[in-house]
Design a protein around this ligand. Structure first.
Ligand code: 2AM
Length: 222
């Protein structure tokens, strides 16, 4: 018999269940629509390459959206990424594979590059979160484990998905240094919460009611 090597995916992650994925896309639209209509936002369009008070359709601005909404745990590039074999062989990862998880979303954010959801990983979810996930993209800073966890909802033209987690870490870095952003408005309905501005076109919505979405931990082979 031939020895078969296990295939590694493009990435491991939590994939939103169909019904919750549809809901999440609607929530994302609602967020961008309400944010774009905020007076404070209309006055701060320069980071988005617009003149002040010009009209900016955020739904069009974030032209790209992932085919399947998910929260990436480990990017493997089919095994080309160092450490992906070791990751896949961890007991915790094998145990989690194909199991259902509820993702907790505490905030939504938009920057000139990306729009995303901040995911608060639960203790059982942190078991499959790579120790170096934050260092991988921001080697000079220190973050609590799981800080990078997010769902990419959309990206501006020419921006890669991977940027969303970097943008999220940028918010957290500012929060860690005591800069909590300026409270510039409130959103209502399904996206009720406080909107804070962090300069350079960085907007964060702290949800009054955390969102919970059902997901399955698995690998994407694409
Ligand atoms: P995302 O997690 O922000 O959505 C495939 O490219 C998926 O792997 C995307 O969802 C992408 O971004 C994620 N990803 C995570 N780390 C990556 C990396 N270092 N390079 C490329 N994609 C990465």
């Amino acid at each position: 018999p031939t020895l078969e090597k296990e295939l590694l995916p493009l990435y491991f992650g939590w994939f939103l269940a169909k019904r919750d994925e549809d809901g999440m896309r609607k929530t994302s639209h609602e967020f961008l629509e309400q944010l774009g209509n905020l007076k404070a936002f209309k006055k701060r369009l320069l980071p988005y390459g617009c003149e002040d008070k010009q009209k900016l359709d955020l739904l069009k601005y974030f032209a790209k959206s992932p085919n399947i909404l998910h929260c990436t745990a480990k990017y493997c590039d089919y095994g080309k990424v160092l450490g992906s074999e070791e990751y896949a062989q961890q007991e915790a990862v094998k145990k989690a594979y194909s199991k259902g998880y509820t993702l907790h979303i505490s905030a939504l954010f938009a920057t000139p590059k990306t729009v995303g959801a901040q995911v608060e990983l639960q203790p059982d979810q942190l078991l499959v979160w790579p120790a170096d996930a934050e260092k991988e993209v921001m080697p000079k800073d220190t973050f609590p484990k799981g800080s990078r966890a997010h769902i990419t909802l959309g990206t501006a033209a020419d921006i890669q998905d991977v940027q969303t987690g970097i943008d999220l870490l940028e918010f957290i870095k500012l929060q860690q240094s005591g800069k909590d952003g300026e409270h510039l408005g409130d959103l209502t309905g399904a996206v009720a919460g406080k909107v804070s501005y962090y300069d350079n076109g960085m907007w964060l919505l702290n949800l009054s009611r955390k969102l919970e979405v059902k997901s399955i931990f698995s690998g994407y082979y694409g």
